[in-house]
Design a protein around this ligand. Structure first.
Ligand SMILES: C[S@@+](CC[C@H](N)C(=O)[O-])C[C@H]1O[C@@H](n2cnc3c(N)ncnc32)[C@H](O)[C@@H]1O
Length: 233
């Protein structure tokens, strides 16, 4: 357990050397980034921009490379941004609650594993939607504010290999799906949600050291980990 308070972003600075280790503290973020990248279509125009909110060390980069976007990442953490820049991301230091980028600048906004870290969900959603041009795509993955979400993602996952670093999440910030859908709709984005979880056979192979990658699969419920996508009207 980190000596820092739960959800303190400085934990990412402490763990900066772990970002790109496929079997390191952020292993599951690699699996989620691959699943998120699969939701991003090829760019529809030259010069298209993908804004990656809470980009960390740019783990999404290999999964959108070649799709025709200029990949811009926004994060609080300087060490993570330096890593992201090494992976081809244009790094912008800033808060997702007050993003230093222009209205309508993005063809795609990615908010991967960030909404469960912010104290003001409506403000984060407003910022994500503000950045999108009309017709632009919002891609989200996050953790649901449910009893099962808190149990599986904190009580269980923090104790198993491949799970999040202990203390990285404050379960009080997990995302109320109804609020997320409502706030996005208020900003012109109608979201579709689907639950996701790891392929259990891949997890067994990963634990046995026989693979470095675990595929994510759709699940019947959105009550734990879920993805959401929608286009801005
Ligand atoms: C769980 S990591 C996700 C990183 C990346 N999206 C990925 O999936 O690999 C959360 C990231 O959000 C950043 N973060 C947390 N709160 C933030 C805020 N208010 N503004 C900008 N970045 C923030 C952290 O520094 C960290 O890099």
């Amino acid at each position: 357990m980190s000596r820092r308070r739960r959800n303190d972003p400085a934990q990412y600075d402490d763990l900066a050397g772990e970002w790109w280790r496929p079997r390191g503290a952020f292993a599951a973020l690699h699996w989620l980034a691959a699943a998120r990248g699969a939701l991003v279509p090829p760019a529809e125009r030259p010069g298209a921009v993908l804004v990656d909110l809470g980009c960390g060390a740019g783990l999404l980069a290999p999964h959108v490379a070649g799709k025709g976007y200029h990949h811009v990442g926004v994060d609080l953490g300087a060490p993570a941004l330096a890593e992201a820049a090494r992976h081809g991301v244009t790094a912008v230091r800033g808060d997702v609650l007050s993003v230093p980028l222009a209205d309508g600048c993005a063809d795609v906004v990615s908010a991967g594993e960030i909404l469960e870290h912010v104290a003001d969900l409506p403000k984060a959603v407003a910022e994500a939607c503000r950045l999108l041009r009309p017709g632009g795509l919002l891609v989200i993955d996050t953790i649901a504010a449910t009893a099962v979400g808190r149990f599986l993602m904190v009580t269980v996952a923090e104790r198993v290999p491949g799970g999040p670093p202990p203390g990285i999440h404050d379960p009080a910030l997990f995302v109320d799906r109804a609020v997320l859908v409502r706030e996005c709709a208020a900003h012109g984005v109608n979201l579709r949600l689907r639950g996701i979880g790891p392929h259990l056979t891949d997890v067994v192979r990963w634990l046995a050291g026989r693979t470095d990658h675990v595929r994510m699969r759709p699940t019947a419920s959105t009550a734990t980990l879920f993805q959401a996508v929608g286009r801005r009207r």
